[in-house]
Design a protein around this ligand. Structure first.
Ligand SMILES: Nc1nc(=O)c2c([nH]1)NC[C@@H]1CN(c3ccc(C(=O)N[C@@H](CCC(=O)O)C(=O)O)cc3)CN21
Ligand SMILES: CC(C)C(=O)C(=O)O
Ligand SMILES: [Mg+2]
Length: 283
């Protein structure tokens, strides 16, 4: 089937598509230098990825949070590399401009730099990821160095790191009081090991500001205040597809749950009443 007549989900035909320059890791660093902020969202499949890309979101993260937001687990711990690879592939196929980052899941990189490299290579080769992300500070420096030297851009993730929730004593703010200097040290270790950016999760705003000033790589906050170079949220939180208690750092920009609920109810009511399908929907 030609691109022009393909009915589903292929977006505009390649021939008509204007040339769009892909965001690369150095562009984010240049934005930091210019004092320009950038936005990152999670994405796990085609339509969200296409829509966020069209909206100008600079970075799409295929988070290990797919564990709870796609696969229905309670935490991010159970998700596997084999489960995440098809999601990353869908997002890289769908985003024309955004930098697509694949989150390495729990247990797929902590054992050794070699394990981290072999896992990251799978995301790069099998899913066309542009970069990978891993959780941890100073203790992950050998992993970050190994990947970077092997040609794989690494985004670090410090502060509250959900894969270590059992060691951190639950979902808690990190870096309060004396622990602030540890967060700064972690960020510096990540920059020195070659990370191109660092996510900071649930860190006091003043500490995140200090980190942002202390490193030349961009910082990306989630519950880390407005002075980070970029921000990230889980899209189902920000756009209201997920319901229930939200972390304090979430701002709700839409009520997709309400929209979908009403649409599904209207459809069911039409079917039951015999008012759908109508003549125009019938061959
Ligand atoms: N849907 C979703 N959103 C996320 O932000 C997210 C995931 N899933 N899965 C992986 C991790 C887990 N994250 C979480 C989960 C819960 C809290 C939370 O309950 N925070 C509370 C307590 C903070 C405190 O103790 O001070 C909050 O009110 O922010 C925070 C981050 C962030 N990530
Ligand atoms: C919340 C972001 C930073 C993340 O790691 C994820 O979605 O998995
Ligand atoms: Mg994650």
């Amino acid at each position: 089937m030609s691109e022009e007549t393909a009915p589903y989900g292929t977006g505009p035909a390649k021939a008509e598509a204007p040339q769009i320059k892909r965001i690369r890791t150095h562009h984010l660093r240049e934005m930091k230098q210019r004092g320009e902020k950038f936005a990152m969202l999670t994405a796990y499949e085609q339509y969200a990825a296409q829509t966020f890309d069209e909206a100008g979101i600079e970075v799409l993260l295929v988070g290990d949070s797919a564990s709870n937001n796609v696969f229905g687990n309670e935490t991010s711990l159970p998700v596997t590399v084999d489960e995440l690879i098809p999601l990353v592939r869908a997002v890289t196929r769908s985003a024309r401009r955004a930098l697509v980052v694949a989150d390495l899941p729990f247990g797929s990189y902590q054992a050794s730099p070699e394990q981290a490299y072999l896992t990251a290579v799978r995301f790069m080769k099998e899913a066309n990821a542009h970069a990978v992300k891993l959780e941890g500070g100073v203790e992950m420096a050998p992993q970050v160095r190994k990947l970077t030297e092997g040609g794989i851009p690494v985004m670090a993730h410090i502060g509250f790191t959900p894969q270590s929730e059992h060691n951190l004593g639950g979902y808690r703010v990190q870096g309060r009081g004396d622990a602030a200097k540890l967060v700064v040290e972690e960020a510096i270790a990540m920059e020195e090991s070659g990370a191109f950016a660092v996510v900071m999760e649930m860190v006091p705003g003043d500490v995140a500001a200090e980190v942002t000033a202390a490193v030349s790589i961009p910082t990306i906050g989630i519950g880390a205040g407005v002075q980070c170079d970029g921000q990230v949220l889980v899209w189902q939180d920000a756009f209201g597809l997920r319901t229930g208690r939200m972390p304090r750092f979430v701002k709700q920009y839409a009520d997709l749950h309400g929209v979908l609920l009403q649409a599904a109810r209207d459809y069911a009511a039409d079917v039951k009443a015999g008012t759908f399908p109508e003549a125009e929907h019938t061959f």
